[in-house]
Design a protein around this ligand. Sequence first.
Ligand SMILES: [Zn+2]
Length: 260
Amino acid sequence: MHGYSFIVLAFAGMMGLITGSFINVCIYRLPRGESIMFPPSHCTECGKKIKIIDLFPVISYLLLKGRCRFCGERIGIRYPMVEIITGVLFIALLLRFDINFILLKYIVLTCILLTITFIDLEYYIIPDKAVLAGLAAGILLHYPAGDITVMSSLYGILSSTGFLLFVNLISPLVFKKEGMGMGDVKLSLVMGLYLGWPLSLLAIFVACCVGGLAGTALMLLKEKNAGEIIPFGPFLAAGSMVCFMWGRELINWYVTRFFT
Ligand SMILES: [Zn+2]
């Protein structure tokens, strides 16, 4: 934990809100195969360009009461939600990592994971572009961040991607259905690269635990039927976040608790 003044934390939160509004653009456009740069933000209903003043995260949503200024079409609650989540995570990351390249690395990973989470929840896909962007940034930031070795990344990829690929290949034989999408397998490349061994595998373990619990809960609540698809990407994302924030502490606790 690092002590930061309110101003610094507020600035980090603001940067998070603004980044969150860009993540919203990616969530909308990536599954549609649209460019994330052009055209500038426009209403998805009437196509009118959004005024600069209405681009301000969360506040503009509240001022416009969640509707387009021109046609009155409802703007999804997902927009301010993603912005707020990103803002809060930026503050949490700053407190966890201090200002350095490690912080930058995990900010990038968090943005990729958020984009993938919300796309997977809505469309049941994990776009290759998001995975490729994650891999490219991860390779660029690997050396400057320097928190894990190249071998660690390599073992992370081999173990986690190997495991998910194995599940992907055997589940049609054992359960007579696809247990794990190829998108999840591709996402595990990113997890291995950023988290390394053993954290990326631990992240998959956490994802399976949380995913299993959530799946059971949804079935009990009759929200989902047995056999219905629940996207796994969001759980892999959540598992990754838990592990790069507290994975080492988790392992230390486990080892000292049970093996000393
Ligand atoms: Zn409109």
